[in-house]
Design a protein around this ligand. Structure first.
Ligand code: ARG
Length: 456
């Protein structure tokens, strides 16, 4: 097929090299953005008198027809074109003749592709935010239902202090809210137009870059033409934001996987989000959560690939940049798919309160409260810590718990202990009294839920 760049300089490209050079299989998904960019460009050219009104009208009608035919399947994108820009320009020219061949005035595929990608990712950022907010909504509802479901809180994966399942879930809601904010900021930064940077140096035509940007709902124009066509930091930034998002989803997945093991038994996944084993009839496997954890590596790989592709490039455009799309599309697709699995998986999981409560009752997770009790009665915390530690050691040696020590055993350790020590170390009280802002007390967890809901 004839190239856009076919001229006297070029002989025929080898068929395999042609295939190697093509990006249509990857960039076809930007057809809508390519058409929108061309519409804005030709309207601007007409407004500046660079293109006749008639040509611009023919281009607008032709592009509109292509968009419609693509969306209803009357027209399909064939792999014979080098890229989506070539395909659409060729199809336009086939439909409207010479006017189509005027569209590329004061434009290069270099600013065209940079624009298409920004427009495409801008929209994907919206979809990502929707996905994140849906998941946050699910977390809030689940947290509300479990604002007082006691579970052990861990440090070093050792039982540490009691928290509630709601409190634990809201930690992830906070992380996801920051992920959403990062993606919004990234979308705003990428939403400036490279159109008019042309191949690298701008153009001799008297164009109005701001007008085209405004038509496309963008916040302004790239201020340096080499930068506009030569950088892909907006892809890097989004891939980095998605890597952080995936890291959060992966940590959450890891916990879900642990929690539904027989060792923990804190939750069960719905059959809709777990699978069986082909050999072991008793197995119920958390494949979906494991895949989310596994796909995190892919997204990190996309980020690394992009960083590596860009690091040695001289300004401005180099064909290496064509590799940007496969990586960033994969990162976006993967993150969206994971978000869409995570929300219903969390929504449908069953919480085993009794198992959580039982786990919280072992492991002396109220030892801090025992020390706090003494510190609250005037003993320096360091001394209180020591006494509580000795009591725990005694319990371990005798196979008992802090709840089963007698008052006289407590008083033998310190005269400050009174009958109310037993209330002070009761798990419900340990949680209810952690009323510091952001703490585990159910009322504080409900505050967190309200705070997050106001922001989604
Ligand atoms: N398919 C190309 C890409 O994705 C479009 C830009 C081509 N520009 C060029 N000078 N060959 O980067």
């Amino acid at each position: 097929m004839e190239k856009l760049w076919a001229g006297d300089l070029h002989g025929r490209l080898d068929a395999a090299a042609d295939d190697f050079n093509a990006s249509i299989r990857v960039d076809a998904r930007m057809a809508g953005e390519d058409i929108a960019g061309s519409l804005a460009h030709s309207a601007m050219l007409a407004a500046r008198g660079i293109l006749s009104r008639e040509d611009a009208a023919a281009i607008a009608e032709g592009l509109g027809g292509i968009a419609e035919d693509l969306s209803c399947g009357r027209l399909s994108i064939d792999d014979a074109s080098e890229d989506i820009h070539t395909f659409i320009e060729r199809e336009l020219t086939r439909r409207i003749g010479d006017a189509g061949r005027r569209l590329h005035t004061a434009r290069s595929r270099n600013d065209q592709v940079a624009l298409d990608l920004r427009l495409y990712l801008r929209r994907e950022c919206e979809a990502l935010r929707d996905g994140i907010h849906t998941l946050i909504g699910t977390l809030c509802s689940k947290a509300e239902a479990h604002a007082d479901t006691i579970m052990p809180g861990y440090t070093h994966l050792q039982r540490a202090q009691p928290v509630t399942f709601g409190h634990h879930l809201m930690a992830y809601a906070m992380m996801l809210l920051r992920d959403s904010a990062r993606i919004s900021e990234c979308a705003a930064r990428m939403n400036v137009s490279p159109l008019g940077c042309c191949a690298l140096a701008g153009t001799t035509f008297d164009i109005d870059r701001e007008l085209a940007a405004e038509t496309l709902g963008m916040n302004g124009v790239c201020q340096n033409s080499l930068d506009g066509v030569g950088d892909r930091d907006f892809c890097l930034e989004l891939a980095a934001d998605l890597s952080i998002l995936m890291m959060h989803l992966s940590r959450f997945s890891e916990e879900i996987i642990l929690w539904c093991s027989w060792e923990f038994g804190f939750v069960s996944l719905s059959d809709a989000y777990s699978t069986g084993s082909s050999i072991m009839p008793q197995k119920k496997n958390p494949d979906i959560a494991e895949l989310i954890r596994g796909k995190t590596g892919r997204v990190y790989g996309d980020l690394m690939g992009l960083l590596t592709t860009l690091k040695g490039l001289p300004l401005a455009y180099n064909k290496d940049l064509q590799e940007d799309k496969e990586a960033i599309f994969d990162a976006v697709d993967t993150a969206k798919a994971c978000l869409s699995m995570m929300a219903p998986m969390v929504e449908t999981l069953t919480v085993h309160r009794e198992n959580m409560r039982r786990a919280a009752a072992g492991g002396f997770i109220n030892a801090t409260d025992c020390a706090d009790y003494l510190a609250g009665r005037g003993m320096p915390f360091r001394s209180a810590y020591r006494i509580a530690g000795d009591l725990v050691a005694k319990c371990i040696a005798e196979g008992r718990t802090l709840e089963t020590l007698t008052l006289s055993e407590y008083q033998a350790a310190s005269e400050l202990f009174g009958e109310d020590i037993f209330e002070a170390i009761r798990l419900e009280n340990c949680v209810n009294r952690r009323r510091s802002r952001g703490g585990a007390a159910p009322e504080r967890v409900k505050e967190q839920i309200a705070w997050v809901r106001e922001r989604i």
